[in-house]
Design a protein around this ligand. Structure first.
Ligand code: F6R
Length: 615
């Protein structure tokens, strides 16, 4: 959470930082700030609100001058969102200025000690404590900024990605990371610092991703020096050439990133299976799986750890793996897994799923699984992310940047990738017949064009959204492979429209949720042709006799549900196992249109952030 950007070079830092913060707003957007060095002083402008509010304030204060600067967009942890708690924060002398993404867990004791030594604090943040700790170290030891930052960071417990600037040494920025991502963009005589590469991709494709407990001293026209925070060892910087391009991180004519990403799903799914699925040869090949095939096949169980939407993809995978590969699967919230004493050993495989690859709970679950000797396989979207580095092996979804806070294409591409793995394992185990294997390959290859077809129901979803946008509650029901889709549909609606919604396995309805049903309750029911269809039809009858409103997601050509439902959205026929890739699309569109009709901020819903790098 929180996005940070820094620039040091010959260009106008203000415009680079503002544009960069706008691209990072998915990480947090309750307040924003910027510090610019105008050749003499550091000038800070900050405000509660969005980057656009910051821009207004910068214009009114005329603080735009400088070729060196740092900026921040915040997702509050310590201290409510207000002007004072916004970053950057000054040290007491006014010489140092800092931006920070993360949490300093022992900030209270450090603050107490610093207060005893006469330091005062304007804000309620842990970050202001950190910058004063750095100043205290610097003064007491007469250290250069880099050394002072290093000593201070060795005293803190928690997570950080920071950038610090010292007015006394205005040709350098010191950056460091532990648990929160940080990339250094390497240009020609200029450097960029950012939480991800999107703020600098139009200036340079060369980036150094700092690893945990690494710090960089970035000097204009000099090589960047990277050291280990703990032992001061110099590290050879590994400069990666990024494939990302600017079009991928812009809205491309869509009103919102979320809509763009929903419509990108046909190509994103194709990108996920490209080079891995070969229908003509009848094979599935993924390096990470091939190299570790024996580990998967000999696993006594597979445990999937993830959070939120990725956890829902894990639940779909549980059904798919057990059905195809006959390997027992458990799906755990990473946040729960990490704090219990799970029965995991070196006979287990743990799969960690994460779009961002930075989710703190998932990272902690991975560490625990590794300590217990399990083989840990990562499924991430963001290339080079912490989870992709921490896991023993893995595979990328290749969905492209997902910027809308509500996850859409990440979900369908995760399911695609997990289905490929399950099919590969089933083939290797002999738990699937050759004809079924071939049939699934053909069906999977056809999913993108079927998603394309479902996307044509956009106008219908909008029409239904208009009818139900003012209700207070929604229910989502599904069975089998589509039960997790019901959970995901409810999550999407809650996140972006703030309407209360619950997802349930359809048969569970009569064990409680049925009490909620009256003429004001819309119920989205996934009632596909091969998914316990008759049972679901009975559930729909039960709802109708209590006057609930049915929005059915049905297979093309359905007549039975159509006759009793208030609305139906059709999906093309596919096997039940792959149907989540289609049934989820109308639910994404329904949530999207409800939120838009309610004038909610679809891409930046309140209180949320795209990557949750705090516990
Ligand atoms: C929901 C959503 C979140 C994320 C969750 C995990 O739309 O975006 O629930 O799915 O925070 O994030 P990753 O997948 O990045 O670990």
């Amino acid at each position: 959470m929180c996005g940070i950007v820094g620039y040091i070079g010959h260009r106008d830092a203000h415009s680079i930082i503002i544009k960069g913060l706008q691209r990072l707003e998915y990480r947090g957007y309750d307040s924003a700030g910027i510090a610019l060095f105008d050749g003499k002083d550091i000038n800070v402008t900050k405000t509660k609100g969005k980057v656009s509010d910051l821009q207004d304030k910068i214009n009114s204060e005329n603080n735009t001058v400088g070729n060196i600067g740092i900026g921040h967009t915040r997702w509050a942890t310590h201290g409510v969102p207000n002007d004072i708690n916004s970053h950057p924060h000054y040290s007491n002398s006014g010489d140092l200025v800092i931006i920070h993404n993360g949490i300093i867990e022992n900030y209270a004791s450090i603050k107490k000690e610093l207060s005893n030594r006469g330091y005062t604090f304007q804000s309620d943040t842990d970050t202001e404590v950190l910058v004063n700790l750095i100043e205290d170290v610097q003064k007491n030891g007469n250290y250069k900024l880099g050394k002072a930052v290093q000593i201070a960071l060795n005293q803190v417990v928690g997570a950080y990605a920071i950038a610090v600037f010292d007015v006394k040494k205005p040709n350098e920025i010191v950056a460091a990371r532990l648990g929160s991502p940080l990339a250094v963009g390497v240009g020609d005589g200029e450097f960029f610092i950012a939480s991800d590469a999107s703020p600098f991709i139009e200036y340079t494709n060369n980036a150094i991703y700092l690893k945990d407990e690494e710090m960089a001293v970035i000097r204009i026209h000099k090589d960047t020096k990277i050291r280990k925070v703990k032992d001061d060892k110099l590290v050879d910087p590994y400069v990666q050439t990024l494939k990302l391009n600017i079009e991928q991180i812009e809205k491309g004519g869509y009103e919102h990133f979320m809509l763009k990403e929903i419509f990108e799903q046909p190509s994103a799914i194709k990108d996920t299976y490209r080079g891995r699925l070969n229908v003509n040869k009848g094979i599935i090949k993924m390096a990470g799986v091939e190299d570790n095939l024996e580990k998967f096949l000999n696993a006594q169980k597979i445990t999937i750890v993830a959070c939120g939407t990725s956890w829902h993809a894990g639940l779909v995978a549980e059904y798919v793996f057990e059905d195809l590969a006959r390997i027992p699967v458990e799906v755990e919230y990473a946040s729960e897994f990490r704090y219990r004493n799970p029965v995991i050993s070196n006979k287990d495989v743990v799969i960690a799923i994460s779009q961002s690859g930075e989710t703190a709970d998932t990272l902690a679950a991975i560490k625990l699984a590794k300590e217990k000797g399990a083989f840990v396989f990562g499924i991430c979207n963001v290339v080079g992310s912490s989870i992709s580095r921490e896991t023993d092996a893995g595979a990328y979804t290749h969905a492209g940047p997902e910027i809308g806070v509500a996850s859409t294409k990440a979900f369908t591409t995760q399911i695609t990738l997990l289905s490929l793995i399950a099919l590969r394992l089933a083939k290797a185990k002999g738990s699937i017949s050759n004809s079924d294997f071939k049939r699934y390959l053909i069906e999977l290859e056809m999913i993108p064009e079927k998603v394309e077809e479902v996307l044509k129901s956009d106008a219908l979803s909008k029409h239904i959204a208009d009818i139900y946008k003012d209700v207070s509650n929604f229910l989502y029901l599904g069975r089998g492979f589509n039960f997790p889709v019901a959970l995901e549909g409810a999550l999407k609606l809650k996140e972006i429209s703030y309407i209360h919604a619950e997802g349930y396995p359809a048969a569970e309805m009569k064990h409680g949720p049925i009490a909620l049903i009256d003429e004001n309750m819309p119920i989205v029911v996934i009632a596909t042709k091969y998914g316990h269809y008759e049972k679901i039809v009975s559930n729909i009858q039960e709802i109708k006799s209590r006057k609930g409103k049915i929005i059915g997601i049905v297979t093309k050509g359905d007549t039975e549900v159509k006759a009793i439902a208030d609305h139906v959205i059709e999906i093309p026929e596919t096997s039940e196992l792959l149907s989540p890739l289609l049934t989820t699309i109308p639910l994404q569109l329904l949530s999207y249109h409800i939120a838009v009709l309610l004038h909610k901020n679809v891409d930046q819903p309140r209180n949320l952030a795209k990557s949750v790098t705090v516990e």
